[in-house]
Ligand binder design. Structure first.
Ligand code: COA
Length: 441
């Protein structure tokens, strides 16, 4: 028997992450890859699994602690000589990363030992959700990418004949994470940049609210801080306009309800949002400038159809992405959405599951409201907001008839899109929801 200290592996460009959940306790017998703790980074929450099997002797962190690469999570009693149990081979390094996509060092710094012992310190492992894609990479590299939730098809290979190496996967994950950090940093700088650009704003009011009555203070969660900073930047830097319209979904809703009734044993509920995602794909095909990004003086038009959808979570707003929505049916989209929304709520979305959208939908349909102004999720150039449908009298040319109307609010970037295009987009989108047969045309 030997004691090993399990450490936080390389967590990319993050200095620190907060411990939000302890998943094991002293005395627990744990297996390799069993989750030890949940940490929350700026982008997502994730579990750090163990690199070893053994018995937990001592927990070295508590909920609320900040940890960083090399911090000791716990001391484990393992069978055999621990130092030899996990040699720092490339395979071990591949299997030993990270909180968010980032990688663990092969030889982490030695951590402080528990009283009376000097156990070797070993980084924990961090598998992420499995992603598809098998191009030019060894099985261990693919496994590594899968564990991190890295879409390997998007990784640029630098090995012989473009082979994807472990370093390439690590570089990809660092890039994703540093992108998130830069976004945060830029957002934090936005007010100053705004002032420099001529926004001669008053300083934010500093008020002692306690003068007026009892108050309490609460730290904003990390996800809220990040999404808030992003929303602020997007709101300030993008000239937003929002067009409101309505879609008649009377027949579609009747079909959806009927379909769910007929398939209630499947366990998959088809939602209105899934139809909207398919309608979005058709509308993006017709109006490609809505599936685009500004890059300097160029417009990048996307030939893929990855659609983000806003999900309300206890930690704040997150936008998971349905990839290649053009290649998926309504049932599959519904199923993926339910899975991604659950992951978002559980704080388990991998960064790769939140990146790459070309257009987003924010649906408040399950909650209520009439119309609103969704903020564009940069670098996208438009976002569709949807509120709760309701029965309304509609004039059919002879009389008023009750129809189920879905309120639409399309926000668009006026640098790329103009009002006429936005009005046409809404009209077309509404016509697809009114009669989904049009999608096939
Ligand atoms: N009109 C009327 N009812 C609607 C509706 C609409 N536009 N959209 C959904 N509903 C109904 C659903 O049919 C469902 O009813 P049921 O349980 O009787 O079948 C109920 O509302 C709940 O739907 P929900 O489970 O939320 O599914 P969804 O696919 O509509 O939405 C999410 C999934 C993840 C998007 C949603 O749960 C969510 O988080 N929404 C909030 C997004 C947000 O915060 N946006 C604001 C960003 S600023």
């Amino acid at each position: 028997m030997a004691l090993v200290d399990i450490q936080v592996p390389d967590i990319g460009d993050f200095d620190e992450v907060g411990v939000i959940e302890l998943l094991v306790k002293p005395g627990d017998i744990i297996k390799v890859e069993q989750s030890l703790i949940t940490v929350e980074s700026d982008k997502a929450s994730m579990e750090i699994p163990s690199s070893h099997a053994g018995q937990v002797k001592e927990l070295r962190v508590q909920v609320g602690d900040k940890v960083k690469e090399g911090s000791v999570l716990l001391t484990l009693e393992v069978a055999g000589a621990a130092g030899a149990a996990e040699p720092a081979t490339p395979t071990a390094a591949a299997a030993a990363p990270v909180a968010a996509p980032a990688s663990a060092p092969a030889s982490p710094p030695t951590a402080a030992a528990p009283a009376g012992a000097t156990p070797p310190a070993i980084p924990a492992q961090q598998p992420g959700p499995a992603m598809a894609g098998l191009p030019h990479a060894s099985p261990s590299v693919r496994k590594f990418a899968r564990e991190l939730g890295v879409p390997i098809a998007q990784v640029k290979g630098t090995g012989p004949k473009g082979r994807i190496t472990l370093d390439d996967v690590q570089a990809f994950t660092r890039q994703v994470m540093s992108g998130a950090m830069q976004t945060q940093a830029q957002a934090a700088r936005a007010p100053a940049a705004g002032s420099a650009a001529g926004l001669d704003l008053l300083p934010w009011p500093k008020i002692d609210f306690a003068k007026f009555g009892p108050v309490e203070r609460k730290e904003l969660g990390r996800i809220k801080k990040i999404s808030g900073a992003n929303l602020h930047r997007n709101w300030v830097l993008i000239p937003h306009v929002t067009n409101h319209d309505d879609a008649d979904i009377t027949e579609l809703e009747a079909f959806r309800v009927q379909f769910n009734k007929e398939n209630d044993k499947s366990g998959i509920k088809v939602t209105m949002l899934a139809f909207m995602i398919r309608a979005t794909v058709a509308a993006l095909r017709k109006f490609p400038e809505f599936n685009a990004s500004i890059d300097g003086e160029q417009l990048v038009l996307k030939n893929y159809f990855h659609i983000g959808f806003a999900a309300d979570t206890p930690n704040g707003l997150m936008v998971p992405v349905i990839r290649d929505a053009d290649q998926k049916g309504i049932v599959q989209i519904s199923q993926e959405m339910a899975e991604l929304a659950k992951k978002a709520r559980d704080g388990k979305l991998a960064p790769a599951e939140m990146s790459g959208a070309g257009f987003s939908i924010s649906s408040l349909g399950g909650i209520g409201g009439r119309y609103f102004t969704p903020i564009i999720n940069a670098p996208e150039v438009a976002i569709m907001g949807v509120c709760k449908s309701r029965l309304e009298p509609q004039w059919d040319g002879k009389q008023f008839v009750p129809r189920l109307m879905l309120p639409l609010s399309l926000s668009w970037d006026h640098r790329v899109i103009d009002g006429a295009a936005a009005a046409r987009f809404n009209l077309y989108f509404a016509s697809l929801l009114a009669d989904m047969r049009r999608i096939m045309m």
